[in-house]
Design a protein around this ligand. Structure first.
Ligand SMILES: Cc1cc2nc3c(=O)[nH]c(=O)nc-3n(C[C@H](O)[C@H](O)[C@H](O)COP(=O)(O)OP(=O)(O)OC[C@H]3O[C@@H](n4cnc5c(N)ncnc54)[C@H](O)[C@@H]3O)c2cc1C
Length: 307
């Protein structure tokens, strides 16, 4: 039922990156967010990457310089947020959505700034950078995309591939059901929120739900995370998830899968997961929280990209 294309990868290898140009870089968090996240448009014209990046795939970015061991920096991956035909239908333009990694070194108390995310976010229109790709073969839409339904779960910059998928789907008149569950710490971090809200207003087959974890509390005093949306919007999500032509996609923070699997299991929706080798003989009704975290794997109907 689900047929996936065999997309070319590494047309440009990470060890031999090509030069591309930043066309635009704009903050895409709202108001005074504590995070810095940018929507970055890259021009790949004149390189073998023209028209190569499909929704769900990633761009490789190689920051200049060397790491602490004196070796050239390793390639970092950034999900494409533009549709398969390129941003605005231009095959020369590919976009991504990048969060500056800023942290405190817990040992030295010194400020730690991630190498590549800061390199990328500091680039301005007209600057060049070295990129490779495409990367990723599985986190993509099926060939027969119009015959399926979709439930997407995103946290933070995990929204990037879903912007791309939604553009691919609705640019080609998608008539099935698609739901997006998006979790962020603060309302100011709801990336592409205006566009997503308008898309949901325009298409009654697109359902957009948000979970804000650090503002307000649930009735039992706990925070609302993306997995709670499965239960909070059961009336809409359960019939979509129960249909046998539905695919589930999860993208964002590593570990976000466990809560989603656990809540799906509470509704008897086991088709989206399968036991890992440690729990092969255990009935699914006996899976514990640590099984959902460590031992439950995505089934063929679930695509996961977490980092
Ligand atoms: C398939 C895929 C898709 C991705 N898509 C996106 C995307 O669309 N957008 C996006 O923003 N990111 C994305 N990422 C993540 C991205 O690839 C990078 O991992 C991220 O930007 C961090 O890279 P960096 O070079 O800035 O940080 P690095 O320099 O690699 O540091 C990474 C982490 O190491 C820790 N760390 C290392 N050294 C120290 C230290 N001395 N002190 C304190 N902490 C330290 C920090 O916690 C830091 O978060 C994706 C990853 C994958 C695998």
């Amino acid at each position: 039922m689900f047929r996936f294309p065999d997309l070319p990868i590494n047309v440009v290898k990470p060890k031999e990156p090509v030069e591309a140009k930043i066309v635009e870089s704009k903050i895409c968090t709202l108001e005074s967010s504590p995070n810095f996240i940018r929507h970055i448009v890259i021009d790949v014209s004149g390189t073998p990457l023209v028209g190569q990046f499909k929704a769900g795939q990633s761009i490789g970015v190689v920051a200049p310089g060397v790491d602490a061991d004196g070796k050239p920096h390793k390639v970092r991956l950034y999900s494409v947020s533009s549709p398969s035909g390129g941003e605005g239908g231009n095959p020369n333009l590919v976009t991504t959505t990048v969060k500056r990694v800023v942290d405190e070194n817990w040992e030295t108390q010194e400020l730690f700034t991630g190498v590549c995310s800061n390199y990328l976010c500091s680039k301005k229109a007209g600057d060049t950078l070295m990129i490779s790709g495409p990367s990723g073969k599985r986190f993509i839409l099926p060939e027969n995309k119009e015959e399926c339904n979709y439930v997407f779960f995103a946290t933070g910059t995990g929204i990037a591939p879903f912007r791309a998928f939604l553009l691919d789907l609705f640019n080609s008149g998608f008539k099935g059901q698609v739901a997006l569950c998006f979790g962020t710490p603060y309302r100011t971090d709801l990336l592409y929120h205006k566009w997503l809200t308008e898309l949901a207003e325009k298409h009654e087959n697109f359902h957009y739900f948000t979970a804000i974890s650090r503002e307000g509390r649930r009735a039992d005093g706990t925070k609302t995370y993306v997995q709670h949306l499965v239960l909070d919007h059961k009336d809409v999500l359960e019939p979509i998830l129960a249909a046998d032509n539905t695919l589930m996609y999860i993208c964002g923070l590593e570990g976000m899968e466990a809560g989603i699997y656990s809540n799906l299991a509470s509704m008897g929706l086991y088709d989206y997961m399968k036991p890992g080798k440690n729990i092969l003989d255990k009935p699914n009704t006996e899976w514990t929280w640590s099984d959902f975290k460590e031992n439950v794997k995505p089934s063929d109907r679930t695509m996961v990209e977490v980092y």
